[in-house]
Structure formats: structure tokens, C-alpha cells
Design a protein around this ligand. Structure first.
Ligand SMILES: NC(=O)c1ccc[n+]([C@@H]2O[C@H](COP(=O)([O-])OP(=O)(O)OC[C@H]3O[C@@H](n4cnc5c(N)ncnc54)[C@H](OP(=O)(O)O)[C@@H]3O)[C@@H](O)[C@H]2O)c1
Length: 360
């Protein structure tokens, strides 16, 4: 047991759990399979679930075909950990069937992230948020849900949390450059198709996004709120406060602008910080170089900094452009540029790391 305070009941298998992947055919679902394999996760069994459209098809895992079953409320018998990645409405509809059947749910959607009592976890940042009580592992309870944060939030917090812990972050301004893969497998296919169409001089097909994506960029496609922010931006604000455990009067001031760019995979983020106490560039670089899950690419002489291609299919989040903000003298303003694979660390890897915290 690697997580503080957890005492699993003897009825749940925690050495070689049977794992279900809900949404196994999707961008995140497919990444789950790669991550489970690459990390040597000690699977007792594996159940792949998706919609009726995919039922009966098979997917290769460790050299063997596994048939995909249709997700139903009866899908979770014998499942110890259910990794959900089929969208918020599916999580809301089926998470309880999974927990009633005895599985702990690790949910990639936004369905339960801000629900009181549901831990919202980045293992490098707040593993202590998982306790026996809050995921229903105390005697006589049904198991509960652990939420995986929004992908842009996870990537940002891997880079910013070490600085926050060292000197405090008073204000955070983030602008994102988000890849197609963040919107799922169909969005990736549409970007590829549009790129071919535009290069051939044809009209681009716009099925997933209402406007041309190839050779363009636009404000994030999540719904807009009355205050002019879209949901993605507000997730970055509210989820950060929850993960950092900030009470109302201690909250870091955060604002975000989220943009979808025609990159196939891996998000980039430009982050501007106002610090409580001064930090030199060297100190910031050292903190980040030592931080778990972070790698530096910060070569000023070579003008070489993180790119989405550096981060694609890689566990670590890359950080560079570490510099003092000229507009905030006194060493209390800091700029960073961050790239991270949001299908991997922003979703599948983070959820599997959470599942690893549940192992004996
Ligand atoms: N993509 C990312 O980088 C990312 C990052 C963080 C979080 N997430 C979250 O993860 C979830 C999945 O995202 P994704 O990008 O993997 O989407 P996706 O590529 O569109 O995949 C969606 C998956 O959900 C399944 N599904 C859809 N309707 C279903 C139904 N009625 N019953 C059972 N399964 C159903 C699909 O199965 P079929 O193939 O059978 O339709 C597919 O396996 C979303 O909640 C998303 O917000 C995604």
C-alpha cells in the first residue's frame, strides 16, 4: 500500500486486480492498454467495454486478442478497478453500477471532479487525497470514485506545484495550445482528413468542430458560460484550487485562456506566475529539474524549448522558457512554457498511477 491511510477490505483483490476499461476503443482507452502493458501493471484480469457499436470487435493486448463487450449495468461482476473514459454522461450513468458491484472507479471525465468527498488526484501532487474513508474502503462501505483531473490542469500542476510548494503562487495566468487528441479519436481523424482536403484544394469536412481546424486555431470548443469563460478554462481554475486544497480565503488567483491548435497530440501551455516570495531563475530550474514527472528542455543558447512532439507518447511533462517576467520586478514574476501528452499524463497514465496507489 503506497497511499497514506488506506486499509482495503479483504474482499477486494489489491495485488492482482481485475481491471475494466470503459471506453476501451477511444483515444484514452487505447492509451490505457499501452500504459498498463508498459508499466507491467499486475492485472488479475482485463475487461474491455465500449458501446454496442464496438461489441464483438477485438483488440490486441500483450499479443492476445481481447473481445470488447457492450457496456451494461451488469458489466462489473468480478471487477476490482474500473477505469472510465467514455465521457461524463456514461460515467454518471454507470459509475454506481460499478461501485455497487464492488469496483473502485477511476474516472477520466468531469462528472465527479468537483463533487464533495470525491478525491481529485494527481499522484505526484496530492496522493494523500485518497483515503480509505473517502473511496469507501472502510469496513462496511461500498467502494467509491476517484476523479482524474482535466488534462490541461494535470499538465500545468506538474510544473507549477513544485514552485507553489517552495515559495507560494499568488496569481497564475495560463494560456493553452491544445491538441486534437484532447477531443478524442474522431477529432484526430478530422484534423488529418481536413489537412489532406485543404492541401488538395477541397472544401474541409467539418463534422466534429463547426469551423475549419487544419491550418487554423480557435477558442476551445467546450461550452461558454455567462461570464465569457469556457468550461475548460473554469476547470483549470476550480480543479487547481481543489487539488491544492485551498480554502476560499487562501485561493491562488487564476485565469485561463484555452485555445485548440492543429497539433495532433500533446498540449502546450504558457504560464505566468506571481510568486509570494522571490525565486531566482536558477532556483526555479532546480526545483523543476528535481520534480517528479517533469523534464527540462531549456536551452537558451540553442533556442531549444519544449514542443508537443517532444512530449508525445512520453510520461514526463516538459518545461522550458523559465525566465523572470520583466513586468514584475523583484523576482516575484516567473514565466514558463510547458508541453505534456494529455492522452497519456493528462488521462491514461495519471489514472493508472492512481490505480497503482490502490495496490498492495
Ligand atoms: N482525449 C484526451 O486527451 C482526454 C484527456 C482527459 C480526459 N479525457 C476524457 O476521457 C473520456 C474519453 O475521451 P476520449 O478522448 O478517449 O474519447 P473518444 O476517443 O471519443 O472515445 C470515446 C469512448 O467512449 C465509448 N463510448 C461512447 N458512447 C458509449 C456508450 N454509450 N457506451 C459505452 N461506451 C461508449 C466509445 O466507444 P465506441 O468506440 O464503441 O463508440 C469510445 O471507446 C472523456 O470523458 C474525455 O473528456 C480525454
Amino acid at each position: 500500500m503506497t497511499s497514506a491511510g488506506m486499509q482495503p477490505t479483504t474482499t477486494r483483490r489489491t495485488t492482482h486486480p481485475t481491471v475494466a476499461i470503459v471506453g476501451a476503443t477511444g483515444a484514452v482507452g487505447q492509451e490505457f492498454l499501452r500504459v498498463l502493458d508498459q508499466r507491467g501493471f499486475p492485472l488479475g484480469g482485463l475487461k474491455l467495454l465500449a458501446s454496442a457499436r464496438s461489441a464483438g470487435k477485438s483488440v490486441e493486448f500483450q499479443g492476445k486478442p481481447i473481445v470488447i463487450d457492450e457496456l451494461t449495468e451488469q458489466s462489473f461482476g468480478g471487477v476490482d478497478i474500473a477505469l472510465f473514459s467514455a465521457g461524463g454522461s456514461i460515467s454518471k450513468q454507470y459509475a454506481q453500477a460499478a461501485t455497487d458491484a464492488g469496483a473502485i472507479v477511476v474516472d477520466n471525465s468531469s462528472a465527479f471532479r468537483m463533487t464533495d468527498g470525491v478525491p481529485l488526484v494527481v499522484p505526484e501532487v496530492n496522493p494523500e487525497a485518497i483515503t480509505a474513508a473517502n473511496i469507501g474502503l472502510a469496513e462496511g462501505q461500498v467502494p467509491g470514485v476517484i476523479a482524474n483531473p482535466n488534462c490541461s490542469t494535470i499538465i500545468m500542476l506538474l510544473a507549477v506545484t513544485p514552485i507553489h510548494r517552495a515559495v507560494g503562487v499568488k496569481r497564475l495566468v495560463v494560456s493553452t495550445y491544445q491538441a486534437a487528441s484532447g477531443a478524442g479519436a474522431a477529432a484526430m481523424a478530422e484534423l488529418e482528413q481536413q489537412t489532406r482536403e485543404v492541401l488538395a484544394g477541397d472544401e474541409p469536412t467539418c463534422d466534429i468542430f463547426p469551423q475549419q481546424y487544419a491550418f487554423n486555431l480557435f477558442s476551445h470548443n467546450s461550452p461558454l458560460k455567462e461570464n465569457g469563460y469556457n468550461e475548460e478554462e473554469l476547470k483549470m481554475v476550480h480543479e487547481t484550487h481543489k487539488i491544492w486544497g485551498q480554502a476560499e480565503d487562501t485561493k491562488t488567483a487564476i485565469t485561463a485562456t484555452c485555445i485548440r491548435v492543429p497539433v495532433m497530440r500533446a498540449h502546450a501551455e504558457s504560464i505566468n506566475l506571481t510568486l509570494e516570495r522571490p525565486l531566482t531563475e536558477e532556483q526555479a530550474g532546480k526545483l523543476l529539474a528535481d520534480a517528479p514527472g517533469v523534464s527540462l528542455i531549456d536551452d537558451r543558447a540553442g533556442n531549444r524549448f519544449p514542443t508537443p512532439l517532444d512530449a508525445s507518447h512520453v510520461d514526463d511533462v516538459f518545461v522550458g522558457r523559465i525566465r523572470h517576467d520583466l513586468s514584475q520586478p523583484g523576482g516575484q514574476g516567473l514565466d514558463l512554457f510547458v508541453c505534456g501528452d494529455q492522452v497519456r499524463k493528462g488521462a491514461a497514465l495519471n489514472a493508472v498511477q492512481i490505480a497503482e496507489l490502490l495496490l498492495d
